[in-house]
Design a protein around this ligand. Sequence first.
Ligand SMILES: N[C@@H](CCC(=O)N[C@@H](CS)C(=O)NCC(=O)O)C(=O)O
Length: 223
Amino acid sequence: MGLVSRERCHYGLRVVAIKLYSTTYCPYAWRSRIVLHEKGVEFETFEVDLRDKQEDFLEVSPRGLVPVMVHDDTTIAESMTINEYLEEFYPEPPLMGDGPIERAAVRSAIVDLNFNRSRPLARLASMLFYGREKRDESVIEQQSARWNRYLDDLEQHFSDNEWLATDKFSMADLSLYPTELVTRIGFQLGGDRERPALDSWRERVQARESVQATAPEGFGTAA
Ligand SMILES: N[C@@H](CCC(=O)N[C@@H](CS)C(=O)NCC(=O)O)C(=O)O
């Protein structure tokens, strides 16, 4: 993957570098990789080891969270901010919908996912992945049930709608997809119930070149 992107500025074309500090299996970092691919922007990836964070990474991300993007002289944290920044910098193809009403719907779906629906996953990751909390089966059961309720809501939504927030693929879909997939494959959560409408949506998202090009091995790649 190349390192530069060419942008129009007052003096014609200038060359800027984009570097994404990313962890392959982090769903938030995956979202930003998809956006960069959708926009056709070249970028360099720095693979962060979350269990043994590199000094170079901690210099740009003092809180130690991925993703972080360095665009020329600008450092941006938080996937939603990175992705909206990319949308403003590279408007084509539009991923936030058309007009204020659609943009509000896209943002609402992402905020709901990030702040309401993903809470159970943060708790489960803390227990099952990082070992920061002692394993507690009743908490695992309770948080799994919460996540399954969200999947049931999604099943209902996708029974009547092709996409999550608008009538087109948007930032909302590319935000949900990595989280749902990493949870299903990584945490083995949510795959034990039949949800055909959700499956069809997943296939639609998976068919996108940007998604296939950025998928961690074994996570929905075409190969
Ligand atoms: N709100 C952040 C969440 C990012 C996040 O939780 N990243 C996790 C990996 S998926 C992380 O960097 N964890 C490192 C740690 O907790 O030490 C975003 O949307 O970018």
